[in-house]
Ligand binder design. Structure first.
Ligand code: ADQ
Length: 488
């Protein structure tokens, strides 16, 4: 027996659809690391991607077929939509996933809304995903499920009698026992997670947290040396490993050197004169620590007056979940802080904080990565944080400084070259900004070299290959032909 093809299952498909004028539908393709990395694997094995189309309303059948066949042809693999109603999105996506699991897994217990109505819809939608898998795949296919929105899929597959080889990767952190134990459905959730064949976590810490919860709550011990551990449950066995996600390093480095990026870089440089630029790039989310970061920047200006007029902080925020009250409140807090800092310190010809609340194009993003001498990436908790890796990969001049939260998963790999900070310790963050501002060029180069080397070696292709190889090794399946991603 062999894996016939790989099937990626995630909440969202790599395209979204939008209704435009006169009832017409258009598709937008998503970019991002996962889509880039999975492309070659899926194309190579006539793979499939199963997920939600991201629209509250489904297109009519003719438009849907048209969009799907066109996009599938362009991407080189088949897209299979899961139909989720707007009520389900409310309770499964905004509710259970983002008002319970997201805050809980990021240690924000006080942001959790354990509304008992949510869990049934979460189960129901996970069942819908399982049904789509059962319908569109066979026993010889490998099913790779992504993230906390779909914890129950392997369990639901078994419930409906569909035998599949399954892997699961968690993009968020996994919380410590003391926090996980607060989840009202903790036993059900943990037992369901153990029904996958392979579980992947971002860091050793997440894996350790998970194994501790399993040991404490379900009394199963993990065995094995090295990265991959094995747990034998009453239903079978599951392997558990650490697979830190990454980026397409070469693509970032190459794109950062294009004339288009250079042109935008020159404009940014012209507009900001010879100030040292500090950059923050985040989705709007309370886990990203944007207010703390602004407070640290205010502190640095108060503490080190010689930095005034010589540095500017560019904060780019991508709107996300803006209809949710917590996110609205966060947006207002950020805007108030930006206003306060600028009100207090701005002078003719110098605005300390540049704040953008909209996505920027890839060219602009790369130009900002190159233009800014310092990246200030201070999430309060983050599964990995790809921005930190993208900044370094794009820093082809090798003279940038990365200030990174010790609570980002990326810190486990990047601690040698980055200035690590505790984002709750405002003074320490402020001192680190000053340290980066005054750092000698030799030290900057030395640090950036280490960072770039580490990301180059462990890029997104390495991530996909090691996950899929581990799945193959621990299954009875031997692939007919190699379906791993060719290393560039
Ligand atoms: P996110 O929480 O979304 O991902 P992150 O890893 O930083 O966080 O990725 C954000 C992505 O959005 C980056 O690729 C970045 O380039 C892009 N982006 C950010 N700001 C942008 C802007 N203004 N304009 C355009 N693009 C922008 C989740 C987890 C993370 C984990 C990833 C991957 O929360 O911890 O690293 O998944 O596993």
């Amino acid at each position: 027996m062999s894996f016939k093809s790989v099937v990626v299952v995630s909440n969202r498909l790599p395209i979204t659809v939008e209704k435009v004028e006169k009832g017409q539908w258009v598709a937008h393709s998503s970019s991002g690391g996962l889509v880039t990395a999975m492309g070659p694997v899926l194309r190579n094995r006539r793979g499939k991607w199963i997920g939600w189309l991201g629209a509250q309303e489904m297109p009519d059948d003719a438009s849907l077929n048209n969009i799907l066949s066109k996009s599938s042809e362009e991407l080189g693999y088949t897209l299979i939509p899961v139909d989720i109603t707007s009520e389900e999105i409310e309770k499964y996506y905004y509710g259970f996933s983002n008002e319970i699991l997201w805050p809980l897994f990021h240690d924000f217990l006080s942001n959790c809304n354990f509304d008992p109505q949510y869990v049934n819809v979460y189960r129901k939608v996970n069942r819908k995903f399982a049904q789509a898998i059962a319908e569109h795949t066979g026993e010889a296919d490998y099913i790779w499920v992504q993230d906390y929105l779909l914890f129950l899929v392997a369990h639901e597959l078994k419930e409906i009698g569909a035998q599949r080889q399954t892997g699961f990767f968690l993009h968020t952190p996994f919380p410590p026992l003391d926090i996980f134990i607060k989840l009202p459905w903790r036993f059900e959730m943990l037992e369901a997670i153990l029904e996958y064949d392979l579980l992947g976590f971002q860091t050793e810490r997440d894996k350790r947290n998970f194994l501790r919860c399993v040991r404490h709550l379900l009394k199963f011990n993990a065995t094995g040396r090295g990265n991959i551990k094995k747990i034998v449950t009453k239903k079978g066995e599951v392997h558990v490993g650490t697979f830190p996600i990454s980026i397409d390093f070469r693509e970032f480095a190459k794109s950062a050197a294009t004339e288009e990026v250079m042109e935008t870089l020159r404009i940014i440089r012209r507009n900001h004169g010879n100030k040292q630029l500090i950059l923050g790039v985040d989705r709007l989310d309370y886990t990203k620590g944007i207010p703390n970061r602004l407070r640290a920047f205010a502190d640095v200006l108060a503490r080190y007056p010689k930095m005034r007029g010589k540095t500017e902080f560019i904060q780019i925020v991508v709107p996300s979940r803006v209809d949710v009250d917590t996110y609205q409140a966060l947006k207002q807090e950020i805007e108030a802080l930006v206003g306060e800092i600028n009100g207090l310190y701005a002078e003719e010809g110098w605005t300390p904080v540049y704040y953008m609340f909209h996505p920027v194009s890839r060219t602009e993003l790369l130009a900002y990565y190159r233009a800014c001498e310092i990246a200030l990436i201070t999430p309060l908790k983050d599964g990995m944080n790809l921005v930190a890796k993208e900044y370094c990969a794009s820093n082809i001049d090798g003279n940038g400084v990365l200030i990174l939260s010790e609570f980002a998963g990326a810190a486990a790999e990047l601690h040698n070259g980055a200035l690590l900070v505790n984002p709750y310790h405002i003074e320490h963050v402020s001192q680190s900004i000053y340290q980066a501002f005054s750092m000698e060029l030799d030290e900057k180069r030395e640090r950036m070299k280490k960072l770039r080397r580490s990301i180059y070696k462990n890029d997104i292709f390495h991530w996909v290959n090691s996950f899929v190889r581990t799945s193959v090794k621990n299954s009875n399946n031997v692939p007919e032909v190699d379906f791993f991603v060719p290393m560039p």
